[in-house]
Design a protein around this ligand. Structure first.
Ligand code: PMP
Length: 441
């Protein structure tokens, strides 16, 4: 444990997605992490109710991962990712392919969710062009969708503060489906809400407006996390799949938070039994010990691009750090842990007590909705008049002071603990929130 240091100057760092001036007035600094807990710079233990940012699925500081990264760092610190490979990159690709739905067994490595999304969108366009359908350039996202912060991701994303500064230069030809959250119909849902599958039919309307022959891909998060835990209605994803397939439009599932056990299965696609054409992932792929991401691509898409391109480079895209040796070491070690400890099954087994604990907040002051699936829950609070988000922000701050990390987005508290959480920690997590809700205005 480190004592808080007077020598840290907080002025140079421009923090992402942060009220920087407020942070500097009241900094929250972490200094260590182990298992289910963070340690703050002033030596307090914080229960991690969010797996960092939905990413530390096996818990913090797993020795197997540290060892794998350390070994790789001294062995092969870096290998060029173009034209030259290293064995672990192929091993890691095979390992990820084995977890994907049937057919999605071509893996393109990236370093983040944002890169995975932009990669998948480019693959979609490249695929149609390779098949002589280069006019299919339109993309369809969804309101309240979060797909990272690249220009592609914010264009298909549906969060206005992330987009509006750049509205003049977003990708052209993007439409948005309506989101699926309608409190009058699906509040307090446990697991998938019964209401809302018909919202997928909006896709038919958008297709009719533009003609299917102009549309390349639809991208959605199978369960939207960052915008307040929106669980897909029963039958909704199936309907998106049916419509896109009928019109030759690719379907991309952004599984940056849902892949690797969050919903009690390797992927949301597997959990819901709906197979898209591509899956984007990051976060849990490496247990977040090293930045890493990937796109799993249907073999036929990959083959079409390769077949159309003759003998040269097939796809002009890639990152200096695609399949970085330390990332692939972390990926392989993380996947070993998930498998050995049966963490995806553990998440499934814990989802019932987790659901009970989340829904026990129903009836508390300020709580207007609870929704959940697997080891994700959202607890929505009534906004304070004239100060949207302020109440949830206060809950976050008070929980942190009491040693529990939760996340908030707007007025929704989001819970997504490491899959190694136990039942007493689940009780502590939601119990602390209950106490805090009782004491705030
Ligand atoms: N897509 C989804 C669904 C996400 O939740 C996130 C991150 N929360 C991203 C993309 C972007 O990932 P990154 O921050 O690693 O770029």
């Amino acid at each position: 444990m480190r004592a808080p240091s007077d020598s840290v100057d907080l002025s140079n760092l421009w923090m992402p997605f942060t009220a920087n001036r407020q942070f500097k007035a009241h900094p929250r600094l972490l200094a260590g992490a182990q298992g289910m807990y963070y340690t703050t710079a002033d030596g307090r233990r914080i229960l991690d109710g969010t797996a960092g940012l939905w990413c530390v699925n096996a818990g913090h500081a797993r020795p197997e991962i540290i060892e794998a990264i350390t070994r790789q760092a001294s062995h092969l610190d870096y290998a060029p990712s173009f034209q030259i490979g290293h064995e672990d990159s192929f091993r890691a690709a095979s390992r990820i392919a084995a977890l994907m739905p049937d057919g999605l067994d071509r893996i393109f490595f990236t370093n983040s969710g944002s890169e995975s999304v932009d990669t998948a969108l480019k693959i979609a366009l490249a695929y149609h062009r390779a098949r002589g359908e280069g006019q299919r350039t339109r993309l369809i996202g969804r309101e309240r969708g979060y797909h990272g912060v690249g220009f592609g991701g914010i264009s298909v994303g549906g969060i206005s503060p992330n987009r509006k500064t750049f509205s003049g230069v977003l990708l052209p030809g993007v439409d948005h489906l309506p989101h699926t959250h309608a409190p009058e119909h699906n509040a307090w849902s446990r697991g998938q809400p019964a209401w809302g599958a018909h919202l997928a039919d909006e896709l038919e309307r958008i297709i009719a407006l533009h003609d299917a022959s102009t549309i390349a891909a639809v991208i959605v998060e199978p369960l939207a996390g960052s915008t307040g835990v929106l669980v897909p209605p029963v039958g909704y994803l199936e309907r998106l799949r049916e419509i896109t397939a009928r019109h030759g439009i690719l379907l991309i599932f952004d599984e940056v938070i849902t892949a690797f056990g969050r919903l009690g299965a390797a992927t949301a696609s597997g959990r819901f039994g709906v197979t898209p054409d591509m899956i984007t992932m990051a976060k849990g792929i490496s247990n977040a010990a090293i930045p890493a991401g990937a796109v799993a691509v249907l073999r036929g898409i990959h083959d079409a691009i390769l077949d159309a391109s003759g003998s040269g480079i097939e796809f002009f895209h890639g990152y200096t750090y695609s399949a970085h040796p330390m990332a692939t070491a972390a990926i392989l070690a993380a996947q070993d842990i998930y498998e050995r400890e049966g963490l995806f099954q553990r998440a499934e087994a814990l989802s019932a007590p987790f659901e009970e604990a989340a829904h026990a907040l129903r009836g508390r002051r300020h709580v207007i909705d609870v929704r959940n699936l697997g080891l994700v829950a959202g607890v929505e609070l009534a906004p304070r008049e004239g100060a949207p988000g302020a109440r949830a922000a206060e809950v976050f701050a008070r929980c942190f002071d009491r040693g529990v990390l939760v996340r908030y987005t707007g007025d929704t508290l989001a819970f997504s603990p490491p899959l190694v959480i136990d039942e007493s920690q689940i009780a502590e997590l939601f119990g602390t929130v209950a106490e805090v809700l009782d004491e705030i205005d």
